[in-house]
Design a protein around this ligand. Structure first.
Ligand SMILES: Nc1ncnc2c1ncn2[C@@H]1O[C@H](COP(=O)(O)OP(=O)(O)O)[C@@H](O)[C@H]1O
Length: 179
C-alpha cells in the first residue's frame, strides 16, 4: 500500500518521512531524489527551479517497487497523484514563509508556495485523487509530535481502523491570508 506524505514545499515531508524511516523503520520512497537520480523527468524548469515530471513514468517506476500489506510512504509534493491514501502536512502561512525564507527561496517562489498553501491546492488534489485523505498540522509543533500523528494514521489504516475524525480534511482556512 502506497501512502502519500504530501504538502506544500517546506511543510516537512522530507523531515518527517526521514524520522519515520530512521527511527521507526518505515519504508519510505523519497520521490524527488528518485526522479533526479534516475532521470525520470522531462525537462528542467530553470525559471521555477524545479523539474517537469511525467507522472505516468513515475507511476510505472513505482509499480516496480514491491507492494505488500506493509505500507510504503511516498515523500513528495505529488505523491497524492500516485497513492490511494494521502496525508497532507499543513503549515500556517507565517511559519511556512519563515521556513521557505530560511531555505533561501526567492521571494516570488515563497509567495507562490504561500498562495498554494492558503488555497488548499494539495488538499483539493488529494480529495480528487485519493480514497482516504488526512490533514496533520505542523504549525508550532515538534517534529516528533507530527511524526506521532502520521504514525497514528498509518497504524490505524493498517489495523483497519483509520482515525477518520481526528485528522478529517477541511480543518484549516487560511483563505483570508492571501495577499
Ligand atoms: N513540526 C515540524 N514538522 C516538520 N518540519 C518542521 C517542523 N517544525 C519545523 N520544521 C522544519 O521545517 C523544515 C521542513 O523542511 P522539509 O522537511 O525539507 O520540507 P518539505 O520536504 O515538505 O519541503 C525543516 O527545516 C524542519 O526542520
Amino acid at each position: 500500500m502506497f501512502i502519500a506524505l504530501t504538502g506544500t514545499p517546506g511543510c516537512g515531508k522530507t523531515s518527517i518521512s526521514g524520522l519515520l524511516e530512521n527511527e521507526f523503520g518505515y519504508r519510505v520512497v523519497h520521490l524527488n531524489e528518485l526522479i533526479k537520480s534516475e532521470n525520470l523527468f522531462l525537462e528542467e524548469d530553470e525559471q521555477r527551479d524545479c523539474v517537469v515530471t511525467d507522472i505516468d513514468v513515475v507511476q510505472k517506476r513505482l509499480s516496480a517497487i514491491e507492494e505488500s500489506e506493509k505500507p510504503v510512504i511516498i515523500d513528495s509534493h505529488m505523491a497524492h497523484l500516485i497513492a490511494d491514501v494521502s496525508i497532507v502536512l499543513r503549515t500556517a502561512p507565517d511559519e511556512l514563509k519563515k521556513r521557505l525564507g530560511e531555505r533561501g527561496y526567492k521571494p516570488a517562489k515563497v509567495d507562490e508556495n504561500i498562495e498554494a498553501e492558503c488555497l488548499d491546492v494539495i488538499l483539493v488534489e488529494s480529495v480528487e485523487n485519493c480514497e482516504m485523505v488526512f490533514e496533520v498540522d505542523t504549525t508550532g509543533r515538534s517534529m516528533s509530535e507530527v511524526a506521532g500523528d502520521v504514525r497514528e494514521i498509518i497504524e490505524g489504516i493498517s489495523s483497519g481502523h483509520p482515525p477518520l475524525d481526528k485528522f478529517k480534511p477541511g480543518a484549516f482556512d487560511w483563505s483570508g491570508e492571501i495577499f
